[in-house]
Design a protein around this ligand. Structure first.
Ligand SMILES: [Zn+2]
Ligand SMILES: [Zn+2]
Length: 224
């Protein structure tokens, strides 16, 4: 199992490669070519891409999905609670957690090409049918339908349950921090606890990262 982070304009996408490859998240609209180039560089053949999975339904994680589906013809998956955002290409209102979040809101609050997801995933969803050893953990809070992908050796792709650093993850990217937005902060804390309880050692986040378990435990010491 190989994890290939793809640093996009605003967020990270990931390739999970076992017998086949799963794309996790697709960046902002117009980033499909960057993702396909990254796959090529990683030695992934387009025929081996089996699924596009979304950690949640925000524009910077689902923006290029419609374009990738057109090129690749693969199924797409999202948690039921975020399905509506993909179907309509609009986000539920973002609740800023700090000033920086309020300032960037006009930049991120954009519509995106909608896509009808083929699969609705929850905790029972296993990626082995798509050639990857991994399973889903529902980790709501940032959005109601946020999920994480638990992978071998304590690795996990966790989306926006938290982020690395500040300035979109460009500064101090390995320092765990709250994300800019959360629909339910209490649920974020519960989800962080669930990820730690699941034994996650390395957190691959949607912005910045990756984050080490010891740093996450220190930053969020009050919840563990
Ligand atoms: Zn998000
Ligand atoms: Zn994001």
């Amino acid at each position: 199992m190989k994890i290939t982070p793809i640093k996009l304009s605003f967020s990270n996408a990931y390739l999970l490669t076992g017998r086949k490859t799963v794309i996790v998240d697709t960046g902002m609209p117009g980033e499909e070519a960057k993702i396909l180039r990254a796959a090529e560089r990683a030695g992934v053949k387009t025929n081996d891409i089996a699924l596009i999975l979304h950690t949640h339904g925000h524009v910077d994680h689902a923006g290029s999905t419609a374009a990738l589906v057109k090129t690749l013809g693969v199924p797409t998956a999202v948690h039921r609670a975020d399905e509506g955002m993909l179907r309509t290409g609009t986000m539920r209102p973002l609740t800023p957690l700090r000033l920086e979040a309020r300032l960037i809101l006009p930049l991120v609050n954009k519509p995106f090409p909608p896509v009808a997801p083929d699969l609705l995933v929850d905790d029972s969803f296993d990626l082995s049918a798509f050639g990857v050893e991994g399973r889903i953990l529902h980790t709501p809070g940032h959005t109601a339908g946020s999920i994480s992908v638990l992978l071998p050796d304590g690795a996990a792709v966790v989306g926006d349950v938290m982020m690395g650093g500040v300035m979109g993850g460009n500064l101090f990217g390995s320092r765990p921090n709250y994300h800019y937005y959360a629909e339910d902060l209490r649920a974020v804390h519960q989800s962080l606890r669930a990820l730690l309880n699941a034994g996650v050692q390395t957190f691959y986040v949607g912005h910045g990262g990756p984050l080490a378990r010891a740093d996450v435990e220190k930053r969020f010491a009050f919840i563990v």
